[in-house]
Write a protein that binds this ligand. Sequence first.
Ligand SMILES: Nc1nc2c(ncn2[C@@H]2O[C@H](COP(=O)(O)OP(=O)(O)OP(=O)(O)O)[C@@H](O)[C@H]2O)c(=O)[nH]1
Length: 703
Amino acid sequence: MCAAEESAPPNIAGAPEHFRAIFESSDDAIVSKTLDGRITSWNAGATRMFGYSEQDMLHQPMLRLFPPERVAEEDFILDKIRHGEKVDHYETERLHRDGRRIHVSVSVSPVRDATGRIIGASKIARDITAQKDANARFRLTASVFSHTSEGIVIVDPHGRIVDVNEAFCRITGFERPQIIGRTPDMFASSRQGPAEFEIILNALAQTGHWQGEAWSRRQDGESFASLVKISAVRNEQGQTQNYVVLVSDVTPLRRQQETLEHLAHFDALTDLPNRLLLSDRLVQAINASRRSDDWVAVLYLDLDGFKAVNDRLGHDAGDELLVLLARRVSSQLRETDTLARMGGDEFVAVLVGLRNHNECVQLVDRVLRVCTEPFFVKGESVQVSASIGVALYPQDNVDAEQLIRHADRAMYEAKQAGKNRYHLFDPDLHERARSRSEQLEDIARGLRCGEFELFYQPKVNMRSGQVIGVEALIRWRHPQRGLLSPAAFLPQTEGHQLAAELDRWVLDQALNRMAVWRAQGLDALTVSVNLNGRNLQQRGFAEALAATLASHPDAPPERLELELLETSALDDINDVAVVMQDCHRLGVRFAVDDFGTGYSSLVYLKRLPAETIKIDCSFVRDMLADRDDRAIVQGIVGLAHAFGRELIAEGVETVAHGCALLAMGCEQGQGFGIARPMPAEDLAAWIAGWQPPTEWTAAPAAK
Ligand SMILES: Nc1nc2c(ncn2[C@@H]2O[C@H](COP(=O)(O)OP(=O)(O)OP(=O)(O)O)[C@@H](O)[C@H]2O)c(=O)[nH]1
């Protein structure tokens, strides 16, 4: 038996019962060992802690539990024990049976025999792994708390700040002691109203969280933008223990955003609202005006002679003038009005709350006046003026964009009228003009879509019954308005290029139709096409006609008659006569339409080489009842005979009209009494069935 065994500390088996009970039920590991480190007792706590049973460990060296790098600790401990010293709460690591490391706090005391001689050591080890982990987590949390760049504020359930981190102090500029114990409203900024605070508190009460942007105040009074996240920390019973507030300073980002927003809505040179913001303000002004009885005026202002300033003094001087002008005009407006720069030297003012026309005019006059006062730029006195277009809402009851456009148009009128003045947009006038342009657009569309067609009205020799020709009359089969006669759309084309386009279309169609009829054996028919006298005066008319005829080789030119309308509009009879002669050479004939209605009829009759005269239907229609008309018709018949022209009467509505005309010596007629205008396809059948009244065929020859 070795010396150590000889002097081994007593085993627990020999201890009194109650000591044994304490020994076995302890959570701590209670172990004793000899002075050479062999285990002499091992409690259940040690088994739980290290995973080895008492059997496993009795007489085994204690070193089995030591991690390799801690082996030296055993000598250190035993050395102390030999010298009668204790080791108290020594924190170290030991190995579990499964290889896991366990943090333990160890206290070791010498065990003496009855003589007081040290014979071994007893050791109590406590597992402090969980505590160690918790400490590590705490240290980590504390380090995050102190080192994060986000500000952290811990608030108690009563709203008192219990802790803040360094970052928060840095962000706010306050020292920690200045904050602790206070409430978060010490950071309230004027940019954040109490209503917003209320929203935050409600969200916290309901969900325990709030996240959003908030404006707060730093110690120096400056506002700062922060991204804030607030979470309620609740205990197991659901009661709020604390609020944790995370604060990131996003002021630079916010400022950059504000700058961008400013740039998007304001003009960089004058800092006035730009077009975008103006539209917004105008929409609001219109809405407000709808609710009240006030008017809104839109002033479109364009400087006169601004280019000259740029040219003479340079672009910078021009810029300076624009800035000064912006200030000057603004000073004439009220708080609630808006002045915007549209670009270049164009500005738009929206005036609101106007009660009458006078108020508006006075303001506009003032603006005009300040624009003409001299400006001092680059040491020089510069004078400009402005042209202003004004559109008034609700008189001009249109949307914001259109109101601006109308003001712009009125400004253009002001410029046209001589500048340095205003012009008020007239919605009625505009409506009339607009409806004409819309109609023209519709006609052009109709032409493109093939909605026009020609009807043909027969012309006959009333005495012989012979069908001598037809007059082509344009109709518009309008998709919405039905079949329209020329009076419903031709006047709108007056003076517009569409008039000539329609004439060309008519001529083309008529020539096509002539070719068809010719193929059907109806080649003796003359086809008359109406032609506005103005078109005849257009340069190159005869050449264009020649080209058209050439493109219709199956339509004989000598069967084409051009009926000249509006002869009173002919400027130069001699020129027109030359054109007519050119057309004659192509084989084409002419008739003077509506004869008798123009003042210069006689002169025309003498000078214009037209083969035929058409007596206007207005005289013919009434000649049976009106002696004057009858006399006129008689006179025209006489003139035609005297000048050797052919003659035809329009407006033959009854057999009696025909009889009267025949009696006067006019044998050819056209009118409802003979036939109404009809589609081209119906003509052949009509001709086949046409029988002149016997009153006509049997009528005695004129005297
Ligand atoms: N200095 C300066 N000039 C500008 C700016 N934007 C446009 N312009 C110039 O402003 C002038 C505007 O043209 P207009 O309105 O036709 O010039 P105007 O002489 O006032 O002509 P009227 O309006 O017919 O009287 C042009 O010469 C542009 O080059 C700017 O931001 N600064």
